[in-house]
Design a protein around this ligand. Structure first.
Ligand code: SPV
Ligand code: MG
Length: 569
């Protein structure tokens, strides 16, 4: 569209826009498309309208242009094209797929699918492409064809829907007079435009037709064979609309042939990758970004798009004997690596976008279903340096987790359902209870109140986390932070800001997750506490490792019920 055209033009219906193209004094162009992506490509190039070519649509199905694809299959294809592009589409409706009655039904169905108009040609069903023995093809009886045009016009409910009548007399070798006679009859029957077709390599007969026609109505042409004619010639001849009828399917065909041949012969993709559209370009044409935005809007409530960051850089103190060739998270627990238990537990709760920060022997981490980033300086740095490797692109609500955890699935479910910007899981079992379950202890937590099951549902806030059980003078800890922090909504940016402040500290390399929680608290953030009592395990030493198998077994549906294991912890 011309930039100076008033904006209301774009708000016109598709059929009104096609009609405007047919009747305007400008020379207009329709570009062939044959499926959704080619329709979108035509729009992006700047075309104002689309030709739903019978040749191209049948070709993309791999069938002949002989009405081998049914008319409903064609209409279904058009629906994808109309969805992919808001342009008006003029369907190449061949002969109308039958008699006057089929035309009536076709017109109604096209209107329902948002198609702007149909072109019907005066041949007989089933037709053959005009460039295949055109002179051998029988033409329709004039009166019968006029009846089809009238039936189509009478059945449209949208006043702007256009019916273009295509004259095949020149193709069939019936001469100029016959062509003019037919065009006039079709105009009088109500056709909104005449398509005059020619298979000559020069435009002479088209130009002669246009001269004789003398502007009695809009003329549409298809210069596939007389392609070398300068477009200015058509403009000067008073043509209304030029159809570039098959150039997307032909361009796609040569590109596909060249690339497929190359891949077949070289048995590698390396030669073609830079010559073809990127996968991201395909995503863009499919409008994948819109889907992601919609997912944010409509799926966030069900938490289906949750993310997790798993800290898995360490070899594991006290576990050196079993981690010579792998990091702690790859230790086998009851038949699968520790990390896999964690990932499976997250995925079960709709936390699907999982980033694992590896370090020690990161090469041994099984990357199925996760994104792996590596803290290259894991040897001299702590947990926050690892977290910082994954925190920049925090787009979703995110659970930050130690990599060495096993837990019952309700723990993550309840955590991700929390509405708070920050929430943590604290185990209120006493150190004695943990010790009795042979569980090593760390990360003592002080909270706004103790775990009082009578007050279930009351808001409890975190006050401090420390590895030193006597860190808060005169007050025993209320439990232990188990290593799960959920960050929600605006909490994401605030977490990033606090991490950035900590980064400026000289001792950043040595900071751990409790230091982050304390820094958040010092920055005035509220961190909600969800109490649990057991139902999880950390793997911090060989004894933990040995016991973890029992706990894991109990989390599987076919557990044989060694009830004395970790579940009682
Ligand atoms: C088509 O594109 O299918 C047409 C134009 O009908 S032509 O192939 O030139 O006949
Ligand atoms: Mg055709």
């Amino acid at each position: 569209m011309n930039a100076r055209e008033p904006s209301f033009v774009t708000t016109l219906s598709r059929s009104a826009r096609l009609r405007q193209m047919l009747t305007s004094n400008e020379l207009e162009f329709l570009m062939e498309a044959h499926n959704g992506i080619s329709a979108r490509i035509a729009r992006e190039a700047g075309f104002k309208g689309i030709w739903g070519s019978g040749l191209a649509i049948s070709a993309q199905y791999g069938v002949r242009d002989n009405n081998e694809a049914s008319w409903t299959q064609v209409v279904d294809t058009l629906e994808f094209m109309a969805d992919a592009s808001d342009l008006p589409i003029l369907l190449d409706g061949d002969t109308g797929y039958g008699n006057f009655n089929n035309v009536r039904r076709l017109v109604r169905k096209l209107e329902q699918r948002g198609i702007a108009g149909v072109c019907i040609e005066d041949k007989q069903f089933p037709k053959t492409n005009s460039f295949i023995k055109g002179e051998a093809q029988p033409l329709a009886d004039i009166d019968e064809f006029c009846g089809k045009i009238k039936a189509g016009k009478d059945s449209q409910t949208d006043e702007h829907f256009s019916i273009v009548a295509r004259v095949e007399a020149l193709i069939a070798g019936w001469g100029m007079d016959e062509a003019l006679k037919r065009a006039e009859a079709y105009r009088q029957a109500g056709a909104d435009a005449i398509l005059i077709h020619s298979k000559l390599s020069r435009p002479d007969e088209i130009l002669e037709f246009a001269r004789e026609w003398a502007g009695r109505g809009p003329l549409v042409i298809v210069p596939t064979k007389y392609y070398s004619t300068p477009t200015e010639v058509f403009r000067n001849a008073g043509i209304s609309t030029v159809i570039w009828a098959n150039h997307q399917i032909r361009a796609a065909t040569s590109a596909m042939q060249a690339v497929v041949k190359e891949i077949y012969e070289s048995q590698t993709l390396v030669n073609v990758e830079d010559r073809i559209a990127t996968v991201n370009e395909i995503f863009r044409l499919q409008d994948a970004d819109e889907y992601s935005e919609a997912e944010e809007r409509y799926l966030s409530a069900s938490r289906a798009s949750g993310s997790a960051i798993v800290l898995a850089a360490s070899r594991g103190k006290g576990l050196e004997a079993v981690t010579t060739d792998r990091p702690k998270v790859m230790l086998p627990i009851a038949g699968k690596p520790l990390l896999r238990w964690l990932v499976d537990a997250f995925k079960k709760q709709g936390v699907n976008d999982i980033t694992v920060v590896g370090g020690y022997r990161a090469d041994a981490i099984d990357t199925a279903g996760i994104k792996l980033v590596v803290n290259e300086h894991h040897e001299g740095t702590g947990e926050l340096t690892s977290l910082a490797c994954a925190i920049d692109g925090l787009n979703n609500d995110t659970v930050i987790s130690y990599g060495d955890l096993l837990f019952r699935s309700y723990i993550v479910r309840d955590l991700v359902e929390s509405e708070a910007p920050f929430s943590v899981v604290v185990d209120s079992s006493t150190v004695a209870e943990a010790g009795a379950a042979n569980q090593s202890v760390r990360d003592f937590a002080w909270c706004s109140s103790a775990d009082d099951r009578g007050l279930f549902g009351n808001k409890v806030l975190l006050r401090r986390v420390s590895n030193n059980e006597a860190d808060v003078k005169g007050e025993a800890p209320h439990g232990r932070w188990i290593g799960l922090l959920n960050v929600r909504g605006e909490g994401r940016e605030r977490l990033q800001a606090v991490v950035n402040t900590l980064r400026a500290r000289a001792d950043f390399d040595s900071l751990d997750m409790p230091a982050l929680l304390n820094a958040l608290l010092e920055a005035g953030e509220e961190i909600e506490v969800q109490y649990v009592h057991g139902h999880w395990r950390g793997v911090n030493d060989l004894e933990d490792f040995r016991r973890a198998g029992d706990f894991a077994h109990e989390q599987t549906p076919l557990a044989q019920g060694d009830a004395a294991g970790g579940a009682a912890q």
